[in-house]
Design a protein around this ligand. Structure first.
Ligand SMILES: Nc1ncnc2c1ncn2[C@@H]1O[C@H](COP(=O)(O)OP(=O)(O)O)[C@@H](O)[C@H]1O
Ligand SMILES: [Mg+2]
Length: 327
């Protein structure tokens, strides 16, 4: 299968006005192939959007490697850079900010088609815009082409955003909390549309969410990665991760989701809570495993000193936790 993005040992540090740069991503590794989904979960501020922006070429990386179709992104220039930027698109969280309020839906979709695909004749542009609106479920198309974003609901706007990125024929779309600002009742519909699009176009997704239940629904049968403070703490198949989480942080967020939503009730999961200690931050990273101050199972003399590597626990399931070290 064609590998679209391969990330290895990737890191990112932001320079600060005063003092040393702050590292917000460390040693991230994953691959996304055509038509696949990688679901990335973790609490607010753990680095999900920064990672999404890096793979979409909207932000640089400061260490490690990020390859697009086998080529190092930081070395791409000219045509190769443009091809990469067109092939990896991003849908943002807020559909109220991401669309130009002064443009009709037709122009929002037709402009990138004109710019990037050199289709300029109005009938051909209309046909292409109509095809994309149908793909994202905005039908009958005639009801939408002459609307302005202000006339649309949050869910409809997000569908326009999706049509606009599809106009570029992307190989991968970074979907960054794209349903978090729309009505709960419409979220599943929008996610189903994204899944249908994946089946029809073989597009890959880097699906970012802090909502485990949504991740479980969207990335069923696909890969998932849990992040904590800029690191991947666990990576596995989505179903395996939910059924058999091994990292204390994953266990805690899954346990919380079971309690909150009931959607995960069938997982037979036991309550698992982290200690109520100070939550570490990028500016105040503890030595050793960043979770150890909150971890109910920390091993004294180990977890507070050594950063755990990612241990392979079988079947492509990896866990960055000393508890998973082979005895
Ligand atoms: N442009 C930036 N400059 C400096 N720090 C940033 C910038 N963008 C994000 N950060 C920091 O990087 C960390 C991760 O942020 P982000 O990737 O937005 O997390 P998430 O999407 O998981 O909520 C945060 O501490 C945030 O303050
Ligand atoms: Mg974010």
């Amino acid at each position: 299968m064609e590998k679209i993005i391969e990330v290895s040992g990737l890191g990112k540090a932001f320079p600060q006005k005063r003092g040393n740069p702050v590292t917000v991503l460390r040693d991230i590794n994953f691959t996304i192939a055509a038509g696949q989904t990688l679901c990335v979960m973790g609490e607010s501020g753990c680095g999900k959007t920064t990672l999404g922006k890096i793979i979409a070429g909207l932000s640089g990386y400061t260490s490690g490697s990020c390859r697009f179709c086998g080529k190092e992104v930081s070395q791409l220039r000219g045509r190769e850079w443009s091809e990469f930027r067109e092939s990896v698109q991003m849908i943002h969280q807020n559909p109220y900010e991401s669309l130009n309020p002064a443009l009709m839906v037709f122009d929002i979709i037709a402009n990138p088609i004109k710019r990037h695909r050199k289709i300029t004749k109005i009938p051909a542009l209309y046909d292409e815009a109509a095809r994309l609106l149908e793909l994202v479920g905005l039908t009958p198309v005639e009801d939408f082409v002459d609307k302005y974003p202000a006339h649309l609901s949050g869910g409809q706007r997000q569908r326009v955003s999706i049509a606009r990125v599809l106009a570029m024929h992307p190989k991968l779309i970074v979907v960054d909390e794209a349903t978090s600002m729309i009505d709960t009742s419409l979220r599943i519909n929008l996610l189903s549309t994204l899944k249908q699009i994946q089946e029809q176009l073989n597009v890959a997704y880097f699906f970012i969410t802090h909502d485990l239940a949504l991740g479980k629904y969207f990335a069923k049968g696909q890969r998932a990665m849990v992040m904590y403070l800029g690191r991947a703490v666990e990576a596995a198949g989505m179903d395996e991760l939910v059924a058999n989480p091994r990292h204390p942080y994953s266990r805690a967020i899954i346990s919380a989701a079971v309690g909150d939503t009931g959607i995960l009730e069938d997982s037979g999961f036991h309550k698992y809570e982290l200690k109520d200690a100070d939550i570490a931050s990028f500016h105040n990273m503890p030595a050793g495993c960043p979770l150890h101050p909150r971890c109910p199972e920390r091993i004294s003399g180990v977890c507070g000193q050594d950063m755990p590597p990612l241990y392979e626990v079988g079947g492509g399931h990896q866990v960055a936790c000393h508890l998973c070290r082979e005895k």
